[in-house]
Ligand binder design. Structure first.
Ligand SMILES: [Zn+2]
Ligand SMILES: [Zn+2]
Length: 331
């Protein structure tokens, strides 16, 4: 089968590789759509946990092509997506309901081959059925949306909270819709792209501000909730300065694994701040699927372009357009 293989950081190619035969408790999916995530860029650049060679791709939809031994409840032809995270089930964290912190963490497209290929093999217990009206384009949003559901569960927005969100990329835009439906009174969205800010305004932001104009426009204002969805250290550093008394801060954007920022511990103590992380998905794929299926959170307008596998190589190699939201691959 054809696959995009990252051989080592900054080196990828399209290769003919072996079809992944499903093992015990596994199925092989014929991939229809794969979303490209910021994490895939980190993997391409060698700044995430992956080892190489690797076929990336963890946001996908497709059709079951072959079923391994011991799998029940699924048939060839079923339309599915899958939770990429694979938990061991027996470590301390799995046994205490914190399995996204599994000590033996594995993930499709991160630590084992993913969906930037004609076929992907996954454990059957990670499958999610796609309801009939859901398109493959929408199905490939179940995983990123599940990250948003988990973030919202971490955040616990209170009625009337004032929120500021840094980053209006594809993930930021899903957060805009989720936060604006959660009871927040204000939602300020900050980005460098005017076109992304216009979309955020259409889907629930109460005010949008270009990064360059932020300090002048909001001078002296602070917020109850600060959400950082860029992962860029200078933006993170700046985001801290918008935390008000008793504020919550959520790090949603994935930063390079070796960068640091500074935080004043006296302010942390004195202001009763809460600093939250949000590690991917934690049994949140079903609510994510429902949000998409019911149209509560809309995703179709977030697809900026659909590429072939060959065009995806080019996409990895070139600088990214600041106005792009989600790029998907049609396999
Ligand atoms: Zn992702
Ligand atoms: Zn575990």
């Amino acid at each position: 089968m054809k696959a995009l293989v990252i051989e080592k950081p900054f080196q990828a190619s399209i290769q003919e590789v072996e079809y992944p035969i499903p093992g015990m408790n596994e199925v092989t999916i014929k991939v229809e759509r794969t979303g490209i995530c910021g994490t895939d860029i980190h993997i391409y650049e060698g700044t995430y946990m992956s080892s190489y060679p690797l076929i990336p791709g963890h946001e996908f939809s497709g059709v079951i092509h072959e079923i391994g031994a011991n799998v029940t409840g699924y048939s060839v032809g079923d339309r599915v997506s899958a939770d990429p995270n694979i938990f061991c089930g027996h470590c301390e964290y799995c046994q205490t309901h914190r399995s996204n912190q599994c000590l033996n963490f594995a993930a499709t497209g991160v630590t084992r081959n993913g969906s930037m290929a004609e076929y992907v093999r996954v454990p059957a217990n990670t499958l999610i059925r796609m309801p009939d009206p859901m398109t493959f384009q929408q199905g490939a949003f179940i995983e990123p949306m599940a990250c948003v559901v988990y973030a919202m569960n971490r955040l616990q927005v209170q009625a009337g909270n004032r929120v500021i969100l840094f980053g209006a990329g594809a993930m930021g835009q899903q957060l805009v819709q989720a936060i604006s439906r959660s009871g927040a009174s204000e939602l300020v969205v900050v980005d460098i792209s005017p076109s992304k800010l216009r979309i955020a305004e259409q889907y629930g932001a109460t005010l949008t501000v270009l990064s360059d104009e932020l300090d002048a426009r909001l001078c002296g204002q602070t917020f109850d909730i600060v959400v950082e969805a860029t992962g860029i250290p200078s933006v993170i550093q700046r985001a801290f300065s918008y935390m008000g008394p008793a504020a919550k801060y959520l790090q949603f954007g994935v930063a390079d694994s070796d960068v640091t920022v500074s935080l004043n511990p006296f302010k942390l103590f004195n202001n009763d701040w809460t600093i939250l992380g949000s590690m991917a998905v934690h049994y949140t794929t079903i609510p994510a699927m429902r949000w998409i299926n019911e149209g509560r959170i809309q995703v179709d307008h977030l697809v900026s372009q659909t590429l072939s596998l060959e065009e995806t190589l080019d996409f990895f190699e070139k600088p990214k357009d600041r106005d792009l939201l989600k790029t998907q691959i049609q396999i």
